[in-house]
Ligand binder design. Structure first.
Ligand code: HEM
Length: 225
């Protein structure tokens, strides 16, 4: 008699059934270290955030260079070299204007605002090139930049503001309206865009996640520079 329960076949593309964003998320979560997120699998080669000793100068560099990235992202979707990017205009996740306000405020408080550095300009250059030549790769960066900032980035930011700005809440870490609803709406659009991709294009997109972590990781480490 039939007795063995069929084992669940290994999912080839984890998250696939829920949509492509879930696939991107799965790849991203594995690239975290254990101390960063519980789904993380990477070995840590730098101190955990809890041990960070942020400086205001480092944080200013971080903010300035993030502004370079968000300015670039928001220009890319405005320009929409590929029509699909137009879906990502006015999502409510934009950070450029918020960062401009924060930097104005910091300046008014007597802080000297540093010039953008290689960490920001080299990533912006890459984003601009990918956006014009390789939409699946660009979309991977788009997802990771905006979603990482709303997750770990937000948590880190709050801690750093506590420590170097006396708990001042920066606009960078505030969204108008319900953040979860904004994220859901963008997820839906990302899923729709990716529905038009071949499996090869999807894999190519997922493979960009490492590069995204490399560049965003460099930006994050400016905080302790
Ligand atoms: C999600 C921490 C760096 C991309 C998360 C989550 C945590 C976290 C706690 C939330 C998990 C959950 O609630 O489900 C951190 C820490 C980092 C870091 C502590 C560095 C010190 C990065 C980097 C990237 C990234 C460099 C890529 C650029 C993401 C993405 C998600 C995520 C895409 C999923 C967000 C979502 O599901 O909406 N991270 N992260 N993270 N992180 Fe990070």
């Amino acid at each position: 008699a039939e007795s063995a329960t069929p084992t669940k076949p290994q999912q080839k593309y984890p998250g696939e059934k829920k949509g492509f964003v879930e696939e991107m998320r799965f790849v991203a979560m594995k690239l975290h270290t254990k101390d960063q997120a519980k789904e993380g699998e990477k070995k840590s080669d730098s101190p955990p955030v809890a041990k960070w000793d942020p400086t205001i100068q480092g944080f200013l560099k971080f903010l300035v260079n993030n502004k370079v990235i968000y300015d670039c992202m928001e220009e890319i979707v405005e320009k929409a070299a590929y029509p699909a990017y137009a879906h990502f205009r006015n999502t409510g996740l934009e950070r450029s204007a918020a960062l401009a306000k924060d930097l104005d405020w910091l300046k008014s408080q007597g802080h000297e605002i540093p010039a953008p550095a290689e960490e920001g300009t080299s990533y912006a250059e890459l984003l601009k090139n990918l956006s014009e030549t390789d939409p699946p790769a660009f979309i991977c960066h788009f997802y990771n930049v905006y979603f990482a900032h709303s997750a770990g980035g937000r948590m880190i930011g709050r801690k750093v503001c506590e420590s170097v700005l006396d708990g001042k809440e920066l606009e960078f870490y505030k969204w108008e309206g319900d953040l979860q609803a904004l994220l859901s709406a963008v997820k839906e659009k990302l899923n729709l865009v990716a529905e038009n991709w071949t499996r090869e294009e999807k894999n190519h997109c997922l493979e960009q996640t490492e590069l995204s972590f490399k560049y965003s990781g460099k930006l994050l480490r400016l905080i302790i520079s």
